[in-house]
Ligand binder design. Structure first.
Ligand code: PLP
Length: 459
């Protein structure tokens, strides 16, 4: 309960009068704008400043936040008791039995770590050196000139999200007023990240609902029209939520426009190895830009490709035009990280360093990743086959096969997505995205029935 408070109005309500009496001199004057039983909101200098409270919690003015559009789906799924329920909301890999999966290489790396009896001392602010080395090599390729010339500032981050947030803080501090352009649509958290970092953003066209494909002309036009020196956020591979990636030729053209306009490419790589099953193929967009000698930012995540969701392991890489600049940028990234979280966690970093740094484990990882990517490809094919066989309307579902990665963007609108959940117990995000990583071959026919019903019977 509140014991002190602040602003008392000239027309003081009785509840506040009693508070006034209780506080005896702890009250200062302000301009009251409204009052409800027990507390008063005051406005001064244009802000809603404080709440005066009597026998009321100091948190009375805090409103209920809406559930997260992605993680909230999992909460709703847990509460559903229907046996047919399917969670296709969160992008997390499941086995054919729809169980979470811990990779064998991760277990092996953890055993090695236990055998070595490693300690739990703090990491440096920039993270584990062995992790930072392998993560940059995995991304750019070990013999890339950007690494040989020491032009990359790499710091370990709190997975993809934390790495993006750190970069957003760097943009806010060193590029005040610069805009970040994000694709429309994009992963829901991008907007939150830039909003919270107070970085202005706007959208570029990406998805064409008519073709359920890439609106390449729109994308290029919007990147061209952005103020010179903007940050262009690009999904390195397996675009989330659409599963639609530019072709290699289109990537070249995107790089041309970004170079012409002196923009700064900012890659979000959350699915390296998961899109195609090949770590090198999935990094080709980033490598293309780096090979052109461009300065760029790249956030990495090991949530999906190593299944390390809860370990919060990823990295922020800033490619600069000289090693001196890279050293300066790195020092500032550390300076930003220190008051936010001080230093990153060690466990996931050691797992990645052990897997990527050990040739035998690295090969095993690649095989396991191919297996996971392959299972997703199989359910994608089976879903397409089931839809095509069951839907007699002649609708072309082949866009599902052209999409890659964990997701399929079904083109279902909000009302149709609601029908999927309310009638069919299929949990998915309201933008029509389904995670194929949460689907089994056995459930494809059921899902196809749900999609066909929602698509044709709900407007
Ligand atoms: C496009 C994209 N970026 C970043 C992330 C970050 O995930 P995490 O913070 O778990 O690494 C995700 C996860 O779904 C994603 O889809």
């Amino acid at each position: 309960m509140a014991s002190t408070m602040l602003s008392i109005a000239s027309a003081t309500p009785s509840a506040s009068l009693s508070m006034h009496e209780k506080l005896k001199g702890k009250v200062k004057l302000g301009s009251t704008t409204n009052s409800t039983a027990g507390f008063i909101k005051t406005k001064s200098f244009g802000r809603v400043s404080m709440v005066a409270a009597v026998n009321v919690s100091r948190f009375e003015g805090v409103t209920m936040a809406p559930p997260d559009p992605i993680l909230g789906v999992s909460e709703a799924f847990k509460a559903d008791t229907d046996e047919k329920k399917l969670n296709l909301g969160v992008g997390a890999y499941r086995t054919e039995e729809l169980q979470p999966y811990v990779l064998d290489v991760v277990k092996k790396a953890e055993n090695l770590m236990l055998e070595r009896g490693e300690n739990k001392e703090y990491l440096p602010i920039e993270g584990l050196a062995a992790f930072n080395k392998v993560t940059a090599e995995l991304l750019f390729g070990a013999d890339n000139s950007v690494l040989k010339e020491q032009r990359v500032a790499t710091v370990q981050g709190l997975s993809g999200t934390g790495s993006l947030r750190l970069a957003a803080a760097l943009i806010e501090r060193y590029f005040p007023g610069a805009k970040v352009l994000i694709s429309s649509p994009t992963w829901g958290n991008h907007k939150n990240i830039f909003n919270d970092a107070r970085v202005p953003w706007s959208e570029y066209r990406y998805y064409d609902p008519k073709t359920v494909g890439l609106d390449f002309e729109g994308m290029i036009a919007d990147i061209k029209a952005a103020p010179g020196g903007s940050f262009i956020l690009l999904h390195g591979c397996a675009h989330n939520p659409t599963g639609i990636d530019p072709t290699p030729e289109q990537w070249e053209k995107i790089a041309d426009v970004i170079q012409e306009k002196n923009h700064i490419p900012f890659f979000d790589v959350a699915y390296q190895g998961f899109a195609s099953g090949s770590l090198d193929n999935d990094a080709s967009s980033v490598r293309l830009f780096a090979t052109r000698g461009m300065e760029l930012l790249v956030a990495q995540s090991y949530s999906k490709n190593l299944g390390l969701y809860a370990e919060r392991i990823g990295a922020m890489n800033v490619v600069c035009s000289s090693s001196d600049l890279a050293a300066r940028v790195k020092s500032q990234l550390k300076r930003l990280a220190r008051p936010m979280y001080s230093n990153p966690p060690v466990h996931g970093a050691r797992i990645v360093a052990n897997v990527v740094g050990n040739p035998a484990l690295f090969d095993e990882w690649k095989a396991e990743m191919e297996m996971m990517a392959g299972r997703i490809k199989n359910v994608r094919q089976k879903l397409f086959d089931s839809l095509s066989a069951k839907d007699k309307s002649g609708k072309d579902w082949s866009f599902i096969l052209r999409q890659i990665g964990m997701f399929s963007f079904t083109g279902l609108n909000k009302a149709q997505s609601d029908n999927m959940t309310n009638k069919w117990h299929v949990y998915m995000t309201k933008d029509g995205r389904i995670s194929l990583a949460g689907l089994s071959l056995a459930k494809c026919e059921y899902l196809a029935d749900a999609i066909i019903d929602s698509y044709h019977n709900v407007s």
